[in-house]
Design a protein around this ligand. Structure first.
Ligand SMILES: [Zn+2]
Length: 79
């Protein structure tokens, strides 16, 4: 699926992400997104929580903005 739209930024650089795109990515109020500037393009991705230690996205224990997977928690607990 390809969706392309033109939006104007306001004086503070804000613009609305169209509903069609929010729905396609599963972005709801409060969802974290990552913006990446690469050359002349900006990529917007729904942020997927991952383990701060190994990068895994499974069995996460989330505390605020930080996440650690169960495997790493168990490894730390054995120290
Ligand atoms: Zn981990």
């Amino acid at each position: 699926m390809k969706i392309s739209m033109v939006r104007r930024a306001d004086a503070l650089g804000r613009m609305v992400l169209p509903e069609e795109i929010r729905n396609a990515l599963g972005i709801a109020e409060g969802t974290s997104v990552r913006l990446t500037l690469d050359g002349g393009r900006v990529t917007l991705e729904k942020e997927t929580p991952q383990c701060a230690l190994c990068g895994s996205t499974e069995n996460l224990c989330v505390q605020g903005e930080n996440a650690v997977c169960e495997k790493c928690v168990n490894s730390i607990a054995k120290i």
